[in-house]
Write a protein that binds this ligand. Structure first.
Ligand SMILES: [Zn+2]
Length: 350
């Protein structure tokens, strides 16, 4: 547990004076006095600015690239990696899910239940979970198709991608996670963006699942992602949405802020601009992931001064909180611009 009066060391702060997403200097203060309420490991209080040019929000000052590791103590989980589609404990559920993938994503899984496509069609939350379990990845269109998962953590998605017929590489800044991934037979490299050291024009799909908001240099990162993709390849990104319903309800206690690890937060408009300026085309927002229950439960805990990692059910959650979260997921289903998280894809020309 951090000492709440402790500061981030002055020499380890970096002052920006402009938006890291677009370079614009016009801004207004969005929040002051933010602290690490989500994990309670990083010292310091932080100010978040809203860019008047591109709508992104960012911390200024922020932890420098050399010192940011301090904010990730006790942050990483080191669970065994597990594929989302070959978990033997859930065999029946997975056969149904396979039917959905065969019908909607071009797969040809044997033993799948053909009814899967109808069952999922009737329940959008279930369909959303199935979509996000494979991150909307369609069947490979060529032999040796390859995916890259940036910030791959324990490597679960690499296993999922393999099960879907892809070769899979992970990039991960946490040395322990890399060691464990290698021991589990996964191809995981140590590093992050930009300056990944990975081969150019190599990947059919690149994924960043709750990673882009952690990057110090998003514009350089986007340019590097483009260069790592094969011509015609796609990037998939998901991160907290600065236009989320939860942010209007919980303000500075919203789980998506995750100060000071989230350095820059995006709306659909601001992320579109970053991708467009990097040279991406065909930039699209995906249907919102139904994650309001998790975001709202944790936000409610933080609002009440509780540690969200240790609070299963904060006061007020069981009836009103859950109801509010379900309503938010429903609203985001109709209006993905207001979802708790924002998922987008874009393509490298060619
Ligand atoms: Zn901006």
């Amino acid at each position: 547990m951090m000492n709440s009066s402790e500061n981030w060391p002055e020499q380890d702060l970096e002052w920006l004076g402009k938006c890291p997403a677009c370079g614009g200097e016009h801004r207004s203060q969005l929040f002051a006095g933010l602290r690490d309420l989500a994990f309670q490991v990083a010292p310091g209080t932080w100010t978040m600015w809203r860019c008047l040019g591109c709508e992104a929000a960012y911390l200024d000052p922020r932890p420098s690239e050399n010192s940011i590791g301090r904010a990730y103590q006790n942050y990483y989980t080191h669970k065994q990696p597990r594929s989302a589609i070959s978990d033997r404990r859930k065999r029946i559920k997975i056969r149904r899910q396979m039917g959905y993938y065969n019908a909607h994503y071009g797969y040809d899984f044997p033993g799948a239940w053909p009814f899967g496509k109808f069952i999922f069609k009737l329940d959008h939350a279930k369909a959303s979970r199935a979509d996000y379990a494979i991150r909307h990845l369609p069947a490979p269109s060529r032999k040796d198709a390859m995916v890259l998962d940036i910030g791959c953590g324990n490597g679960s998605f690499l296993l999922t991608a393999r099960d879907l017929g892809y070769a899979a590489v992970g990039l991960e800044p946490d040395g322990d996670a890399v060691k464990r991934g290698l021991a589990a037979g996964l191809d995981v490299r140590l590093g992050l963006l930009p300056d990944s050291g990975l081969p150019k024009s190599s990947f059919d799909y690149i994924f960043l699942n709750h990673v882009f908001e952690h990057l110090h240099r998003p514009r350089e990162a986007a340019a590097e992602i483009l260069s790592l993709l094969r011509p015609g390849g796609r990037v998939w990104l998901s991160q907290p949405n600065l236009n989320a319903i939860g942010l209007s309800l919980f303000g500075e206690f919203w789980r998506g802020l995750e100060t000071p690890r989230h350095l820059c937060l995006y709306t659909c408009k601001s992320l579109t601009r970053v991708l467009h300026e990097a040279g991406f085309i065909d930039i699209k927002m995906l249907p919102a992931e139904a994650v309001a229950e998790s975001y709202f439960r944790q936000s409610l805990a933080m609002q009440q001064g509780l540690n969200p990692q240790q609070t299963e059910s904060p006061p007020g959650w069981e009836i009103d909180g859950k109801k509010q979260a379900r309503a938010a997921d429903k609203a985001a289903f109709r209006t993905p611009e207001r979802g708790e998280s924002l998922a987008m894809t874009a393509r490298r020309p060619g």
